[in-house]
Design a protein around this ligand. Structure first.
Ligand SMILES: NC(=O)N[C@@H](O)C(=O)O
Ligand code: NI
Length: 161
């Protein structure tokens, strides 16, 4: 018997317990490049522990809503940022930690032009594009040690728009 969760808009305050929203909401922190660019400066709490930052490119298969969320994971050693390389919304699923296991997930639908940075150790669903191309730059930890903990849910969640 599956359980249902409904997507909500990706708003920084709602996402704050899980990570950072990267977008150009509001005024820029700095105007640079001869006044031709607004810089939204240093907007992510990145953490790579004893490793280093790496940038990888993910080419992920698009999924569709309603989406079956049956796996949650976390990276205990570092943060992970999903930065779309297309101007498309994508699905973000996260969950609070409850005694070392994920609690009830929360689903967000991004606006085009939004990216996210998952804080170190935040439970999340894997990168979930909703349209092609599923191209993303991913900034996460490169280093030794096991940086992936996965939980297969005995009862999946159905994520709806
Ligand atoms: N495994 C991997 O590199 N990606 C996942 O961590 C993910 O969150 O998509
Ligand atoms: Ni991940």
């Amino acid at each position: 018997m599956s359980r249902q969760i409904t997507c909500q808009p990706l708003i920084a305050a709602a996402f704050a317990p899980f990570g950072d929203v990267l977008d150009c909401e509001g005024d820029p922190d700095k105007i640079i490049n001869a006044g031709l660019c607004g810089r939204y400066h240093d907007r992510a709490q990145m953490d790579f522990g004893d490793g280093r930052a790496g940038i990888s490119v993910f080419n992920a298969q698009p999924r569709s809503l309603p989406y079956t969320l049956d796996l949650l994971e976390r990276h205990p050693l570092g943060s992970q940022a999903f930065i779309p390389m297309s101007h498309q919304p994508f699905l973000v699923t996260v969950a609070p930690d409850e005694g070392g296991k994920p609690g009830v997930p929360v689903a967000f639908l991004t606006e085009p032009g939004q990216a996210i940075n998952l804080h170190r150790g935040c439970w999340h669903g894997v990168l979930t594009p909703l349209s092609a191309p599923g191209l993303f730059a991913v900034v996460d930890r490169i280093g030794q040690g096991t940086n992936l903990q996965e939980v297969l849910l005995d009862r999946p969640y159905i994520v709806t728009a």
